[in-house]
Design a protein around this ligand. Structure first.
Ligand SMILES: Cc1cc2nc3c(=O)[nH]c(=O)nc-3n(C[C@H](O)[C@H](O)[C@H](O)COP(=O)(O)O)c2cc1C
Length: 187
């Protein structure tokens, strides 16, 4: 995919709005809400049928998406702080969560919905150096090395990935409530 050239300019997000998208089991976009289009700068026609990596930012380490897919392929949720790339090269930081849609007959995952809110500033500031280090480790040692780096980092901090992200963003209560409400609305 031809990605836009990133520029060092952040798009501010509203705390009151959410970015929602739905994909098939492989991450091909099936639905995008208005705010997703407004912020990413892509029209509905440009998004539908495209891989979700259309908004992938090169500052994001691969390991984050690997962890994400490992988890959501099992029908489980994962919370992540993600830097995304807009069509004009600007970026925006979100906290994202997922909700799988499972076919009740075949028991297979048929779709994933992602709900995203503006990431809190201190969560962004915490993740910037971690992602930068993971990117560096990945560039020299590949994904295995970044997986190990992340594992060691969490072990040293004596915390699981989920608790770490939860501490960063989840415990603000409002986030939890918001995601719960969104999931109820969409299901
Ligand atoms: C429902 C859903 C939402 C996703 N949202 C994003 C997103 O906002 N930004 C992103 O970079 N990747 C997102 N992804 C992951 C992409 O599919 C892809 O794995 C990622 O961009 C890495 O791209 P790459 O594997 O081509 O490097 C999402 C995947 C799913 C299933």
């Amino acid at each position: 995919m031809n990605h836009p050239k990133p520029i060092d300019y952040e798009i501010p997000l509203s705390n009151k709005r959410y970015i929602v998208s739905k994909t098939d089991a492989k991450g091909i976009i099936l639905y995008a809400n208005d705010y997703f289009m407004e912020i990413s700068g892509y029209s509905e026609a440009e998004l539908l049928g495209k891989p979700h990596s259309i908004v992938r930012h090169p500052d994001m380490p691969k390991i984050v998406f690997k962890m994400m897919w490992d988890r959501i392929n099992k029908g489980k949720n994962i919370m992540a702080v993600v830097k995304n790339l807009a069509k004009d090269g600007r970026y925006y930081w979100v906290v994202t969560e997922f909700e799988p849609k499972i076919d009740p007959i075949t028991n297979e995952i048929v779709a994933h919905t992602a709900f995203r809110k503006a990431a809190p500033r201190d969560a962004i500031e915490t993740m910037i150096p971690i992602y930068a280090e993971l990117l560096k480790v990945e560039a020299s040692g590949g994904m295995e090395a970044s997986e190990k780096y992340l594992r060691d980092f969490l072990e040293e901090s004596n915390i699981t990935y989920d608790d770490f992200i939860d501490d960063l963003v989840g415990n603000r209560g409002l986030f939890k409530l918001f995601f719960k409400a969104m999931k109820r609305m969409m299901s």
